[in-house]
Design a protein around this ligand. Structure first.
Ligand SMILES: [Zn+2]
Length: 301
């Protein structure tokens, strides 16, 4: 049976997983990412693959999830948080180190793929995966395959402008990408905290906003309602374009249970259909989605 190896190459840790054909975990390890040392990072990945294959006595396909995307024009990593990877030919260097063809995708695509194959969206044909964390990432999976795209940015909805900005949404917050009013500037965890601070002058974490709202704090409750209204408008645009069967939320803010009730109620107003059957669900693989999805970059058959 085919052995699938997935690598999650993060800024602080490198994780490896080996999956059996049916998705069972056969091996799993993690090491700290060599800081600021590209050559040592490539060697660490190769060492993990060699160790797991030696332990299992089998050779596998290897998929790699990275924080950035591969520039199709240059073959180099772009948009990565791990700055020592930027501008490096990571794919070709890892292929040379491992002596085989690899597949590589960004972490949001791996997240969406993991949840689509055997997670919260298992069995769905078209899946949009969203990470609501320190940033906002997105990935699209169709029939078990992650879409890359002509520019390797398929699903990067976080840097679309927030639709239908109203009085609560202006002035448009500046985004690190150089634009203003990006969805990420409202829907990331720091985005929620900044929105609350702009209205109320108090710096609170998203966790504090959520717990105070649950305890009856009116200002925090209003912040969450603004958040839900924005998420509904932003996802309605995705539904009109892609019409996914399932939208899966991951990242820290996906733990907010009320989103799964409030957002589908609100998005109906903005979707071009009298009935919306798209399901909004919470990811089930948690922190493991990146490494699992990397393994599934080599689909069955
Ligand atoms: Zn942006």
């Amino acid at each position: 049976m085919a052995l699938r190896i997935g690598i999650d190459l993060g800024g602080t840790k490198i994780e490896i997983i080996a999956l059996e054909e049916d998705g069972r975990i056969l091996a799993r390890r993690r090491v700290a990412t060599p800081q600021g040392d590209y050559g040592a990072t490539v060697a660490a990945v190769a060492g993990l693959v060699a160790a797991v294959e030696g332990e299992l006595g089998r050779r596998g396909t290897v998929g790699v999830g990275t924080p950035g995307a591969l520039s199709l024009r240059s073959g180099l990593i772009k948009n990565a948080n791990s700055t020592c990877l930027i501008g490096k030919p990571l794919l070709s260097d890892l292929q040379a180190a491992l002596g085989r063809e690899l597949r590589m995708a960004n972490d949001a695509n791996c997240f969406a793929l993991s949840e689509a194959v055997d997670g919260a969206a298992a069995g769905a044909g078209v899946v949009f995966g969203v990470i609501l964390g320190t940033g906002v990432g997105g990935g699209i999976v169709v029939n078990g395959r992650a879409l890359g795209g002509a520019n390797a940015i398929a699903g990067e909805w976080g840097h679309n402008p927030l639709p239908l900005p109203d009085d609560d949404d202006v002035p448009l917050p500046a985004c690190y990408c150089g634009r203003a009013g990006c969805i990420e500037t409202y829907l990331s965890g720091p985005g929620m905290a900044a929105d609350h601070a702009r209205r109320n002058g108090a710096a609170l974490t998203p966790e504090a906003i959520v717990s105070r709202a649950a305890a009856g704090d009116a200002a925090c409750e209003t912040t969450l309602q603004r958040y839900e209204a924005r998420l509904a408008r932003a996802l309605a645009g995705v539904i009109n374009l892609l019409d996914p069967d399932v939208i899966v939320l991951g990242g820290g803010l996906s733990n907010l249970a009320r989103l799964y009730v409030q957002v589908p109620q609100r998005w109906c107003t903005h979707v071009f259909s009298d009935q919306v059957d798209t399901r909004l669900v919470r990811a089930i693989h948690g922190d493991s989605s990146g490494v699992r999805g990397a393994a599934w970059l080599w689909p069955a058959g």
